[in-house]
Design a protein around this ligand. Structure first.
Ligand SMILES: Nc1ncnc2c1ncn2[C@@H]1O[C@H](COP(=O)(O)OP(=O)(O)OP(=O)(O)O)[C@@H](O)[C@H]1O
Length: 566
């Protein structure tokens, strides 16, 4: 897994293009509707000029009715067109964001356990949740607003120039100062927003950590200690948020306030021109209306920048996840395989994480259809071997073969269909026991789930439950005992009938009797499979037809009696 590359802020928007492209036609339609709506909005001040110059000053009742009629029609049309544009835009942006969330979820599925062990859970949740929501909020609202305000701004400028270019020059006198203030605060805002998001993620991580470890916190009477840690993180977050808010206010308000000064100049100069007889009253009124409306898109655009800056930061954080490369990638020309017999071979396999090597030039052959127990002291590398066999990671040296194929040449989907690992942390979803055993198998038959549950030694337990397989497992399965959870995940694996089943300390939480029962039924449930048992338990090791001991990163076949299950 390589560290994510720093994401240049503006690049984040460009990287949205692949998500936007499929919806380009729809977006162009929205754009066309926005242009129409802007044109209708821009017509109003010009209509008031006509009203003053051609109806009021000439005392022409007919013209008054006509112009008033046009004004009302334009207002109603503008209203309808605006609603249409917003509705279509929100639908499009929701579809685009769904695509992005789905792509993110797919990408996260390619990352290895090592990524999840090193990345803070709270930060991950905050990126997937708050950051994506932030982008969604901006995308469903701000972007359309930017487009329509920009169009309106350009239209206003064009109309003002057309009405009187000298008055226009007076009107925009303070624009450079206004823009400079804006640029300064906008830069500041981007930095402060990122800071706030990171403080927010810190806070989220702490909360997730505390909630997940609540049993330890209460058992160690560390409640106040946790509240103290929370307060420190919260203070940092609130501080960052306040700094961001001030910058956001300044970015939105200061440039607009400067522009208001320009209005006075327009009144003075335009009034003087009227008195001189050089300009009609209607023109000044229309000009003033455009000028005042010019402030509104500028202010809105400047106000929106805080939203846009925040979305840019959020996008940066989301793309950082996209940029995290998986430890293990499938080759483009990966070999598809069907059902295999299940022979595993380690050839000169070496593995090191950050520190000392864990496995050193390990050679080991596990014949197809055997039951192999792997023993060895804690920390010697047994779980590492299991991880390597399902490609949660790749070895740093040598190779592992399944049926003669280097695992790195196989399609990951095929490999993980054939070789299945039940690891030391049995994970259950908050659903029924049946749904957990048949997880992601929509067409599975209840009879097969029952058979798997029986093979995993769950029958007596299920018989005691009024709702049997329909019983809910609770959050992370915590409504069940550790031994029950272990047997449910074993049943889940047995149901899938892999060619190689690796069980890492599968019965650590079981009593001797239940363990013996599971051991006795394993072979019957998977008659032809290779079964690899990583265990410290003699009862379990006894069913193996070969015992491998790991010492100093190497494997020794310590005992190879006649197959116990013949
Ligand atoms: N993701 C990781 N990053 C760094 N070091 C790791 C990682 N995973 C395991 N290790 C280290 O590799 C060594 C072997 O760990 P492993 O979990 O394979 O041992 P094990 O034999 O299965 O131990 P146990 O019997 O306690 O489960 C340990 O020293 C462990 O600290």
């Amino acid at each position: 897994m390589s560290a994510p590359a720093p994401v240049a802020e503006w690049r984040s928007y460009r990287r949205l293009l692949p998500y936007i492209r499929p919806y380009l036609r729809g977006l162009l339609l929205v754009l066309a509707i926005s242009v129409l709506s802007t044109a209708l909005g821009l017509a109003q001040p010009y209509l008031s000029k006509l009203m003053i110059d051609q109806a009021l000053l000439r005392r022409d009742m007919g013209a008054l009715w006509r112009i008033a009629g046009i004004m009302i029609t334009v207002t109603i049309l503008g209203f309808g067109v605006n609603i249409l544009a917003s509705y279509r835009y929100v639908r499009l942006s929701a579809a685009m964001l769904y695509d992005m969330r789905a792509a993110l979820l797919r990408h996260l599925q390619t990352l290895s356990p090592r990524f999840y062990a090193s990345f803070r859970l709270g930060d991950l949740v905050s990126r997937m949740n708050s950051d994506v929501s932030d982008v969604q909020r901006i995308a469903s609202d701000t972007l359309l607003s930017v487009v329509s305000n920009l169009l309106f701004f350009i239209g206003c400028v064009a109309m003002m120039l057309w009405l009187d270019w000298r008055l226009f020059l007076v009107g925009v006198l303070l624009v450079p100062a206004s823009l400079m203030t804006f640029t300064y605060y906008q830069r500041r805002l981007t930095a402060l927003t990122r800071d706030m998001r990171e403080r927010g993620a810190d806070l989220g991580s702490l909360l997730v950590d505390t909630v997940m470890g609540m049993r330890v916190v209460t058992a160690l009477r560390a409640g106040e200690h946790e509240v103290g840690r929370f307060k420190a993180k919260n203070d940092a977050f609130v501080g960052a948020m306040l700094r961001m808010q001030v910058a956001s206010y300044m970015t939105g308000a200061l440039p607009g306030t400067l522009m208001t000064g320009a209005t006075s100049a327009v009144i003075l100069y335009g009034g003087w021109r009227i008195i001189e007889g050089d300009m009609s009253i209607g023109t000044l009124v229309a000009f003033m209306t455009y000028h005042m409306r010019l402030l509104s898109p500028i202010q809105t655009l400047m106000g929106l920048t805080s939203g846009l800056a925040s979305a840019r930061v959020s996008l940066g954080r989301i793309f950082e996840l996209f940029d995290t490369r998986p430890d293990v990638e499938e080759r483009a020309d990966a070999t598809p395989i069907g059902r295999v017999r299940g022979e595993i071979r380690f050839e000169q396999v070496a593995m090191r994480y950050d520190r000392d090597p864990v496995l050193r030039d390990m050679d080991l052959a596990i014949p197809a259809g055997s039951i192999c127990a792997i023993l060895g002291p804690s920390g010697v590398g047994k779980s590492t071997m299991a991880d390597l066999m399902v490609r949660h990671a790749d070895p740093t040296g040598g190779r592992i073969l399944l049926e003669g194929h280097d695992l790195r040449d196989l399609r990951l989907d095929d490999l993980r269909r054939e070789v299945m690992l039940v690891d030391q942390s049995p994970w259950l979803f908050n659903d029924s026991i049946a749904a957990n055993i048949g997880f992601a198998l929509p067409d599975v038959r209840t009879a097969d789930i029952e058979a798997a549950a029986h093979a995993a030694g769950l029958d007596a337990f299920l018989a005691r439950l009024p709702e049997g397989l329909g019983t809910r497992t609770g959050e992370r399965g915590l409504a069940l005992s550790a031994g029950e959870r272990q047997r449910i995940v074993i049943a889940r694996a047995l149901l899938r009938r892999p060619s190689v089943l690796i069980l890492d300390e599968p019965t650590s939480a079981l009593d001797g009797e239940t363990e013996a029962l599971v051991a006795q039924r394993l072979r019957g449930a998977l008659p032809d499979a290779t079964i690899i048992l990583i265990t410290h338990k003699p009862t379990l090791a006894r069913i193996a037809d070969r015992i491998v001991t790991i010492t100093d990163g190497q494997a020794q076949v310590a005992q190879q009696p006649e197959p116990a299950h013949a």
